[in-house]
Design a binder for this molecule. Structure first.
Ligand code: HMG
Ligand code: MG
Length: 302
């Protein structure tokens, strides 16, 4: 069976904009439970300004509470300061964020597109020199909440720029979940032809309930690395209209049914989602959760 790598971003994207503040210790426990459920990769923290994103404060404490060799743990970094903090915390892998439009970069990281690209390039080169794994998001890859439709050619241009600076992987990100299967097929087809599917990952928000359909298009184009968020939580605080990420349980359920393997134990993942409901004090979960829970209860009763 073919392998797909799922990177769970719930501890970062999922919790960065949640109404409930989750402590660094609780985030570390969530990460350990995700790894115990078989997640091979987790985005564990964001080394960002606590003034900009208060819910991500304590990234160093999160890293300190983890065995950083246990899985492919990465941290989001928006600038050189964030990178230095992540490196000092012992992170082996960082993810830079470059948005495909001027306004989105300004809102998100207070830099214009050219400056953001320059900072990403310098940070990628630094990370390469330091022996860290470095990836870059190209955000608002389909549509920007401020500037509208983003041309595929611009996403390709920015990705090429980041690869040239040393990025090991580009994460094509649908920040506000505005992609559709036709556009996803075109964009992932173009990107895989230009760079090779093995150097790409997909990060899809599920605002319009199309993330799974878009993920399938990326799969058909050869992409085998996906971000997803347990419980379907997430959204960028600076992108109005951004809803949750593709739920990990929805993605994994689809992949297993379609004959791919992920190494993830869905029963254990459902336990993690239940734990998140206790933590946040409300129901969470992807579209498939009621069915998955029913099937699990039937299996246990049998
Ligand atoms: P700024 O105000 O322009 O920064 O913010 P500055 O360089 O002028 O510094 C201001 C203060 O912040 C200083 O402290 C710095 O030391 C501090 P002060 O002197 O006032 O005490 N500072 C930092 N502190 C901690 N970590 C840092 C850092 N850098 C400076 N890295 C900045 C610019 C980039 C810092 C800010 O805008 C920021 O942190 N932005 C992060 C935004 C963010 O986290 N957005 C969400 C993640 S992106 C996302 O969700 C999309 C994604 O999921 C993909 C998708 O869905 O498309 C990835
Ligand atoms: Mg996101």
């Amino acid at each position: 069976m073919e392998q797909v790598i799922v990177n769970d971003v719930a501890p970062r994207d999922g919790l960065q904009n949640d109404p409930v503040a989750v402590s660094p210790g609780e985030r570390a426990e969530l990460i350990k439970r995700l790894v115990a459920a078989g997640l091979p990769a987790v985005e564990v923290a964001a080394f960002v300004s606590p003034k900009a994103v208060p819910k991500m404060a304590g990234a160093t404490e999160v890293a300190a509470a983890l065995d950083l060799d246990r899985a492919d743990f990465s941290a989001l970094v928006p600038n050189r300061k964030g990178y230095e903090m992540a490196r000092a915390a012992g992170m082996r892998s960082v993810a830079l964020v470059l948005s495909a439009t001027e306004t989105m970069n300004r809102r998100n990281i207070n830099m214009g597109l050219d400056q953001a690209a320059a900072v990403c390039r310098e940070t990628l080169q630094q990370a390469r020199g330091d022996g860290l794994k470095a990836r870059a998001y190209v955000a608002v890859a389909f549509e920007c909440p401020y500037e509208g439709t983003v041309p595929d050619a611009e996403v390709e241009r920015l990705a090429g720029d980041m690869f040239a600076a040393g990025a090991e992987e580009i994460i094509v990100a649908d920040t506000i979940g505005a992609g559709n299967p036709t556009r996803a097929k075109a964009l992932f087809g173009r990107m895989t032809a230009a760079f090779g599917a093995e150097r790409l990952a997909a990060h899809l928000h599920d605002t319009r309930a199309l993330a799974l359909a878009n993920a399938w298009q990326a799969l058909e184009c050869g992409v085998r690395k996906f971000d997803a968020s347990a419980g379907g939580l997430g959204g960028c605080p600076f992108a109005p209209g951004a809803a949750g990420n593709l739920a990990t349980e929805d993605l994994v359920s689809m992949l297993h049914q379609a004959g791919f393997q992920t190494g993830i134990d869905l029963t254990a993942l459902l336990d993690v989602v239940s734990g998140m409901e206790s933590l946040l004090g409300r129901p969470v979960g992807g579209r498939s959760l009621p069915w998955l829970r029913r099937r699990l209860a039937e299996d246990q009763a049998a």
